[in-house]
Design a protein around this ligand. Structure first.
Ligand SMILES: N[C@@H](CCC(=O)N[C@@H](CS)C(=O)NCC(=O)O)C(=O)O
Length: 236
């Protein structure tokens, strides 16, 4: 595995259609130069000694930066936004607090609930079906709140110009529609009209088109997603 990145460049450790997609979309939105390193999920590359040196949690993504390796999707997004004006309201912007609270909501409430649905065995030794049932209901409540947020048309999520929150939410919607196979019947995007409009807007974003090409996501990756058909690697 390659080591530290050269000055002023980013190296994204990714697997197709994994949480690294959120970071790829943010990098594309910001027009930032980056290279990618495939994590071979089929071979459990995220648990290799070299990868664990970058992220001791063995989770994807990692972004190598000139200042060191960063893990945790929310942390990487905020780090990028702090260095790239336009990706989020800055510290002096009155919208900063609103942006931060919903960024943290995505990263410490919505995203972990998705992980419970996708990897229930990491959260419970017993009744996986019960955990999944409760988690789906919790997720539906979260989507109600996010739909209300977007219906209010804030200019830092769901607006024409995307911020770091847009790829995070868009990817979560995509994964709810696709994963785990056989467990997605609860999710019907049309139940949340503002979220459905949001997903359509994100489908057509130029950064989405570039990421979709790189990871084989197809033409409508957020509003009517299909499983990825990536040129390299595998999603699971
Ligand atoms: N809290 C982490 C979660 C990342 C995460 O769930 N990554 C998944 C891929 S989407 C992963 O690495 N799964 C492999 C595993 O659990 O072994 C973050 O925000 O970066």
């Amino acid at each position: 595995m390659p080591g530290y990145v050269s000055a002023m460049s980013f190296r994204l450790h990714y697997a197709p259609d994994n949480a690294s997609l959120i970071i790829r979309l943010a990098l594309e939105t910001g027009g930032m130069a980056y290279e990618t390193v495939l994590v071979d999920r089929a071979a459990r590359g995220q648990q290799s000694p070299a990868y664990l040196r970058l992220n001791p949690n063995g989770l994807i993504p990692v972004l190598e930066t000139p200042e060191g390796a960063i893990f945790e999707t929310g942390a990487i997004l905020l780090w990028l936004a702090d260095r790239h004006p336009g990706l989020a309201p800055g510290p002096a912007d009155p919208a900063r607090g609103d942006m931060l609270k919903w960024l943290f909501y995505l990263s410490n409430t919505l995203h972990p609930a998705l992980r419970m649905l996708f990897y229930p065995e990491k959260y419970i030794d017993g009744d996986i079906a019960a955990l999944r049932t409760r988690t789906k209901s919790n997720l539906a409540d979260m989507l109600d709140k996010l739909d209300a947020l977007l219906a209010g048309k804030p200019d830092w999520i769901g607006a024409t110009t995307p911020t770091i929150l847009d790829p995070y939410l868009a990817c979560c919607l995509r994964w709810m529609a696709l994963y785990p196979p056989g467990e997605t019947g609860w999710f019907e995007l049309s139940r949340w009209p503002a979220l459905e409009r949001f997903a359509r807007l994100r489908d057509d974003d130029p950064a989405t088109l570039r990421a979709a090409q790189a990871e084989g996501l197809g033409p409508t990756p957020f509003s009517t997603p299909h499983h990825a058909n990536p040129p390299e690697g595998s999603a699971t």
